[in-house]
Design a protein around this ligand. Structure first.
Ligand SMILES: [Zn+2]
Length: 303
């Protein structure tokens, strides 16, 4: 039996891969963030007596060249060769996939991008990330960075003169002007604070926008403008058939619709149908994607 995991900074969700390719979720436990042995024990306890392979979706970058992971929100995994160390500790095969890549695979193989050549799945939540699947194959890129459109000093806070009052924000990656710094949930909150001097959560801002609040509308317009300008470059570069969205902000379909409309006006190709929308696997892309990775790895091993 293959056990699949979706490991985030707060919780470890787990489930078992079924014969039909789906993953039946079994439950979740808190993520031991600072203690490697406690982390290993948590994974082990979730598999019960089963000693079959493990497939993990994890928020972080994994470099196939070095085997090392960059997992900022789970310190005990950071700069560790998670796959090698887990295999040694648990004595069974371990597969690891970046969470945005797992989501993109889930959409491309079994979700909104099924049968479509180019699927660019994006995450809008605590951070901004993405994964690229072309003709059913995940594109990893050098160092596993393909699809990570959240970083790079590209944001013009005036949006070509349309916006006033916004600043360049520093990003956790060390640069200034990253998409991640302005278009994550925290970024939306920073925009609101800068424009209106008020600290509100992203949820409160979007709720106020839905009620027609003038300040929140100003914030959301700025947010969607900056996001769509960056996304339009990706669309022109990749030519995606669909851009399904996951992450905490994906639950607001009106927000995604606004981003979609703005993006489609900025790109070279004509998209008659919505391009940016909530993914079918927005809630469980990590687990389902981990299942697809296992399905693929073990069917290839048999042939
Ligand atoms: Zn950055």
């Amino acid at each position: 039996m293959t056990t699949c995991f979706d490991i985030g900074g707060s919780f470890i969700r787990h489930g078992t891969l079924q014969d039909d390719g789906s993953v039946a979720e079994s439950g979740r436990v808190p993520t031991p963030g600072n203690d490697w042995q406690a982390f290993v024990d948590a994974i082990d306890s979730c598999t019960g007596t089963d000693r079959g392979p493990i497939s993990i979706s994890l928020a972080g970058a994994f470099d196939d060249r070095t085997g090392f992971a960059d997992v900022a929100n789970i310190p005990c995994l950071h700069k560790r060769s998670v796959k090698t160390d887990l295999e040694a500790a648990l004595k069974r095969p371990v597969l690891i996939t970046n969470d945005a890549n797992a989501f993109a695979l889930a959409e491309a193989i079994d979700g909104s991008g099924r049968g479509k050549p180019v699927v660019f799945g994006i995450i809008l939540g605590t951070g901004v990330g993405g994964g690229l699947v072309v003709n059913g194959h995940l594109v990893k890129g050098v160092g596993g960075i393909a699809g990570e459109w959240g970083h790079g000093p590209v944001v013009d806070p005036t949006a070509g003169g349309q916006l006033k009052g916004l600043e360049h924000y520093p990003c956790g990656c060390g640069q200034t002007g990253c998409i991640d710094a302005v278009c994550s949930a925290r970024g939306m909150e920073k925009i609101h604070l800068t424009l209106h001097g008020k600290s509100l959560s992203s949820k409160d801002i979007t709720s106020a926008w839905h009620r027609g609040d003038v300040e929140a509308t100003h914030t959301i317009e700025a947010y969607a403008t900056l996001l769509s300008r960056a996304l339009s470059v990706l669309v022109n570069t990749l030519g995606p058939d669909v851009i399904p969205v996951s992450g905490g902000l994906s639950g607001d379909e009106a927000l995604l619709s606004l981003i979609d409309r703005k993006t489609r006006t900025l790109v070279l190709a004509h998209y008659a149908d919505p391009l940016v929308f909530k993914g079918q696997f927005a809630e469980n892309g990590g687990l389902h994607g981990a299942g697809i990775v296992a399905r693929t790895a073990f069917s290839e091993a048999r042939t």
